[in-house]
Design a binder for this molecule. Structure first.
Ligand code: ADP
Ligand code: MG
Length: 403
C-alpha cells in the first residue's frame, strides 16, 4: 500500500491544475511579447523622443525587468503544492493540482454506503441454510474482498471445507455476488425468478443487508448482516450540505437498508439496488446538467464510477482498484478530513486568485511608472522581486492549518 501511495504521489506531480497549465502557456507567449517589445521601446525613445542611447537602453532594461512574469508564474504552483502537502498531513492524498482545483468546485457528492458511510464491518445476525450449503458459501466467499465475504468467512471459520469440490472455478460479479458450479450467492433482487420453497425471500426481508444462496434454480439459504454508520459520516454530510454540496447515497444494497442509512446520516436522496453501471449513470446524469461531480467509494463495484466522476474519492480501507481509479484517497477513512480538504481547496483557489491579481497589478503599475520615467532599475528590481516573494509566501500560508 505504501509503495503504491508513493507511486501515486509521483504521478500526481505530472498532473498540474488547469490554471497552472494556462499560466504556463500564457507565460511562453507573454515572454516572447516582452522580448519583442523591449527593443521597439528603446528605438522609440531613442529615435522619436530624443533620448540619448544610454538613457533609452536603461529604460528598456527596466521594462525588461519589471515586465517579466516571475510573480505570475509563482502564483499557482507553490500554493497548490502547499495545499497538497497540508492535505497529506491530514490524511488525505490528493493526486495532483487538477484534482485539488476541481474539489473546490464540487456541486454534488455521490457516496457509496458499505465501507464509506458505514464501517463495512458486517456481523451475521441471522441465517438459515444446511451445513453443506454454508460450507460452499464460505468456500466461495474466501475468494471475495467484499466486506460481506469477510463477515461470513469469519463467522464460520471453524467449519472444515475439505469436502468441497475445489476444481470448479469461482466467478465474482462485482455488485452482485458469486457463482461456483450450480451454486450462486448474492443480492436478493437477483433471485426473484428462483423457486423459494422455504420462503427465504420473506424470512430475510427487513432492514438488514441480506444475501441469498441458490442451487440450480432453488433458493437454499440466506444470511442477514448488520453494519454500523461511521459517526463522523453524519457530521461530514452535514458539513457538505452547509457548504451547498448535495450529498446523494448510491448503494448496491436493498431499499430498506439504504433508507435506514440515509436517514441516519440525514441524506434525503438515495438510490438502492444499484449495479456498478447505475452508479456510473448517476454520475453522468449529473455531469450532463453541468454539475461538477464527486464520487466516494471503496469497492471494485465503485471503481468505474470513481473513474468517471470529476473527482473520484476512495477510502483508504477500500480495494486497491478503487484507490487507483480515484484522484483523492482518504487514507484514514475519516470523512471529516474530506470536508477539511474541500475547504482547503477553496482556500487554495482564493489564494491563487489573490496572487494572480496582485502579480499582474504590480507588473502593470511598474510598467506605467517606467513609461512615465518615474522608476529606476534598483527600485524596479526591489518591487518586482518583492512581489514574487510575497506571492510565494502567500501560497505557503496553505501549509499551516487554519485557526
Ligand atoms: P455497496 O454499493 O453497498 O458497497 P455492493 O454494490 O458492493 O454494495 O454490493 C451490492 C450487493 O451485492 C450486496 O448488498 C450483496 O447483496 C451483493 N454482493 C456483493 N458482493 C457480494 C459477495 N461477495 N457475496 C455475496 N453477495 C455479494
Ligand atoms: Mg462499498
Amino acid at each position: 500500500v505504501f509503495s503504491n501511495i508513493i507511486r501515486m504521489v509521483e504521478e500526481a506531480q505530472n498532473r498540474p491544475s488547469h490554471i497552472a497549465k494556462f499560466i504556463d502557456r500564457f507565460e511562453k507567449k507573454y515572454v516572447t511579447g516582452v522580448l519583442i517589445t523591449v527593443p521597439i521601446f528603446i528605438a522609440i525613445l531613442y529615435y522619436m523622443n530624443g533620448f540619448t542611447f544610454e538613457e533609452a537602453f536603461y529604460r528598456g532594461m527596466v521594462l525588461l525587468t519589471v515586465a517579466s512574469p516571475c510573480a505570475l508564474v509563482a502564483s499557482a504552483t507553490p500554493a497548490t503544492l502547499s495545499a497538497i502537502s497540508n492535505g497529506a498531513k491530514n490524511g488525505v492524498l490528493v493526486k495532483g493540482g487538477a484534482a485539488m482545483e476541481a474539489l473546490a468546485t464540487m456541486d454534488v457528492l455521490y457516496s457509496d454506503k458499505t465501507g464509506t458511510m458505514t464501517f463495512g464491518d458486517f456481523r451475521v445476525v441471522d441465517y438459515e441454510a444446511a451445513t453443506d450449503v454454508i460450507k460452499e458459501v464460505v468456500f466461495m466467499e474466501q475468494q471475495s474482498s467484499h466486506p460481506i465475504a469477510k463477515a461470513i468467512v469469519s463467522k464460520f471459520s471453524d467449519l472444515s471445507l475439505d469436502a468441497i469440490d475445489s476444481r470448479e472455478p469461482i466467478e465474482e460479479i462485482a455488485g452482485l455476488g458469486l457463482k461456483k458450479g450450480s451454486y450462486r450467492v448474492g443480492k436478493p433482487s437477483a433471485f426473484t425468478q428462483f423457486n423459494d420453497p422455504n420462503q427465504y425471500h420473506e424470512k430475510s426481508a427487513g432492514d438488514h443487508t441480506t444475501i441469498l444462496v441458490a442451487k440450480e434454480n432453488q433458493i437454499v439459504g440466506y444470511f442477514s448482516m448488520s453494519d454500523q454508520v461511521r459517526h463522523e459520516a453524519v457530521d461530514a454530510v452535514k458539513g457538505f450540505q452547509e457548504e451547498g454540496v448535495e450529498v446523494i447515497l448510491l448503494t448496491g444494497d436493498n431499499e430498506a437498508v439504504a433508507k435506514k442509512v440515509a436517514k441516519e446520516v440525514n441524506i434525503t436522496h438515495y438510490k438502492a439496488a444499484c449495479t456498478p453501471e447505475d452508479k456510473i449513470n448517476a454520475v453522468m446524469a449529473s455531469q450532463e446538467k453541468e454539475q461538477v461531480v464527486g464520487m466516494i467509494g471503496d469497492g471494485i463495484n465503485d471503481a468505474p464510477a470513481l473513474a468517471n466522476a470529476n473527482i473520484g474519492i476512495a477510502m483508504g480501507s477500500g480495494t486497491s482498484v478503487a484507490m487507483e481509479s480515484a484522484e483523492v484517497v482518504i487514507v484514514k477513512n475519516d470523512l471529516m478530513k474530506l470536508l477539511y480538504s474541500y475547504k482547503l481547496s477553496q482556500r487554495l483557489n482564493r489564494i491563487i486568485k489573490q496572487n494572480i491579481i496582485f502579480a499582474v497589478g504590480v507588473i502593470i503599475m511598474l510598467v506605467v511608472l517606467n513609461v512615465l520615467g518615474l522608476l529606476d532599475l534598483p527600485t524596479g528590481v526591489v518591487f518586482h522581486e518583492g512581489s514574487t516573494i510575497l506571492v510565494i509566501l502567500n501560497g505557503l500560508r496553505l501549509i499551516r492549518e487554519p485557526k
